[in-house]
Design a protein around this ligand. Structure first.
Ligand code: FES
Length: 574
């Protein structure tokens, strides 16, 4: 246990600097007594616990109960739990976009772990951006760390139909826009879409990040998918607290746990679950903090051998509670054992192989398919490259319209989010179902913050005619709960001078996902002329904004690099 007269552990760590370290400790002790701690209590190893509860964050509503259970586990193992607040981000309460704030949260996490006295940290998050932010910050702080997510919400019921956020939210809204549902119906459905505390109940970004984290070994087995309101989650929380103390004794830090192999395992899990395209950006950022690189061509190469076997919305038919009952991440690892690198060590102190070998998962179920009967045979998420996306773009082909995966169409260009919202529903819009909708200036710098606007709505006049999907392309992101033929994260983005900025209405674009190609079919000479014109027009543009947004715009990397801040990414190992 920690000694009070060393500056290396426990409550003797990270003393505030007054030029007299003994006085610093003396002062701290006075405040520890003030907090009601006896000397023997503060002589223990300290486990920090991030508190991301917020009245604004429905997905984190169960966190107070989880924290109590974690504290119990820490105390049972002989440690001292210390809860502390960090930024909380909810998707529906983060203007202009939660992605803009992910890096701020990561900085908050890193600095508060480093600033405060603790020997290990339990990271509690759940809603989309919170998990990558917690992991990015914890990797950079590099203290023994273990993740606990809030878990998915239960499903609701509307007119006899099972519903859950947010795939069904989008479906109901699309039906309303197309006059297939009344206002009263969508308002009544609204009561049922998020039926409990917890994260979205499909394989959206939150569940994708949770599954990838479990596959990376930074979370206990079963931790990705146990329901938010279940007693199993409370037991996981208690065990997480206990393991946090053990991680101190075993001196197991994020950089010991996370490696190129564990990043590859996370990428395989993304493919096997048909996870959110956001997972690609967040995994690139997490890898970046380790000095590694998630290469989009490498993602395609890994995905070639990984069938998508999780039959979960938005690509499949079930919900996260079914996925969990089917065996969750462990079952995926077991069924695809020859595709994963199972000798990776995890926060349990054991390898992934040892972890899944202990689990009896042979019972019949239907939410996770056999590898020879997949939902999608391979590359559920595919990166495409070409003169429109020299650094790549991604598409979730498992939720796209198959016939659109090889497609040529005429560009209908929206120059910004404002332009999109002003014209998309106009009866004057010159658009037909085989055209390609283009949205630009919606990337990391352009928006700024790369909002989830890539799920461009079907123009109302086409939606009314029954059109449900079109090819859409942008430098924006898309919610993991959304679906459709959407090419996202076009990199470099238009605001950084990417070729997307050169597309004009009527240009022909060719998409060939099986061949991983995206091509703007305009003569090179013409594109050069457009580039010169664009350069002149932008030469007078001034960087706007102040404070954090200014720092973001000046330092954010492009989508294929993870949208982290350049100054937070260590020199690359690979
Ligand atoms: Fe929080 Fe979907 S809005 S997980």
């Amino acid at each position: 246990m920690a000694s009070m007269d060393t500056n290396e552990s426990g409550m003797a760590k990270g003393l505030s600097r007054y030029g007299d370290s003994q006085f610093s400790q003396y002062l701290r002790n006075a405040f520890l007594r003030s907090l009601g701690f006896t000397r023997s209590a503060t002589d223990n190893s300290v486990v920090g616990i991030t508190n991301t509860f917020s009245d604004y964050n429905a997905c984190h509503r169960a966190i107070p109960d989880l924290i109590q259970a974690v504290k119990r586990g820490v105390l049972m193992a002989g440690g001292l739990p210390m809860e502390f607040p960090v930024i909380s981000l909810h998707e529906a309460f983060s203007y202009p976009s939660s992605m803009l704030l992910r890096n701020q949260m990561a900085m908050d996490v890193e600095e508060m772990i480093k600033a405060q006295a603790m020997d290990a940290v339990v990271l509690i998050g759940g809603c989309d951006k919170t998990v990558p932010a917690l992991l990015m910050g914890a990797i950079s702080a590099n203290l023994p760390s273990i993740l606990l997510t809030t878990g998915p919400a239960i499903t609701g019921s509307f007119q006899g139909e099972r519903v859950g956020a947010c795939t069904d939210c989008r479906r109901f809204w699309a039906d309303y826009r197309a006059d297939r549902r009344t206002k009263t119906e969508v308002e009544e459905a609204n009561e049922q879409l998020v039926a409990s505390a917890g994260t979205c109940s499909v394989m959206g970004t939150a569940s994708t990040m949770a599954c990838m984290s479990e596959a990376m070994g930074i979370m206990l087995p079963g931790g990705a998918s146990a329901l938010s309101v279940s007693s199993e989650r409370l037991r996981l929380a208690e065990e997480t607290g206990r393991r946090a103390v053990a991680l101190i004794q075993e001196s197991l830090k994020p950089t010991d746990l996370l490696s190129e192999a564990s990043i590859r395992n996370a990428a395989r899990m993304l493919q096997a679950t048909g996870g959110s395209t956001n997972g690609v950006i967040h995994l690139a950022a997490i890898a970046g903090r380790l000095g590694l690189r998630l290469d989009l061509r490498g993602l395609n190469a890994l995905g070639k051998d990984v069938p998508m076997i999780a039959d979960v919305k938005p690509s499949g038919q079930f919900y996260m509670e079914d996925f969990h009952k089917a065996g969750g991440v462990s079952r995926i690892l077991k069924q695809l054992h020859d595709r994963f690198e199972l000798d990776c060590i995890t926060v349990t102190g054991k390898t992934l192989k040892e972890t899944i070998d202990n689990q009896k998962l042979g019972f019949p179920q239907n939410a996770i398919r056999d590898p020879d009967d997949p939902i999608y045979p391979s590359n559920a998420i595919t990166a495409v490259f070409g003169n429109l996306a020299p650094e790549g773009a991604v598409i979730k082909r498992s939720s796209a319209t198959e016939s659109f995966l090889v497609h040529r169409g005429k560009a209908v260009v929206f120059d910004s989010l404002n332009d999109l919202s002003e014209r998309i529903d106009s009866d004057e819009l010159d658009v037909s179902p085989n055209d390609i909708l283009i949205l630009r200036h919606a990337g990391p710098i352009g928006a700024p913050g790369m909002p989830e606007a890539g799920f461009i709505p079907i123009p109302k006049k086409l939606a009314r005619d029954g059109v449900r999907d079109m090819v859409r392309m942008s430098d924006a992101r898309m919610s993991g709960t959304a679906f459709g033929t959407t090419v996202l994260h076009i990199s470099p983005e238009s605001a950084a001078g990417g070729p997307l900025s050169l597309v004009e209405d009527g240009d022909i674009i060719e998409l060939n996902v099986p061949e991983q190609r995206i091509q703007l079919l305009v003569e090179e000479g013409e594109l050069k002329e457009r580039a010169v014109r664009a350069e002149k027009e932008s030469s007078n543009s001034q960087l706007s904004g102040r404070g954090y947004i200014r720092m973001y715009v000046e330092n954010v990397t492009q989508a294929h690099e993870g949208c982290d801040f350049r100054f937070l990414v260590p020199k690359r190992n690979k």
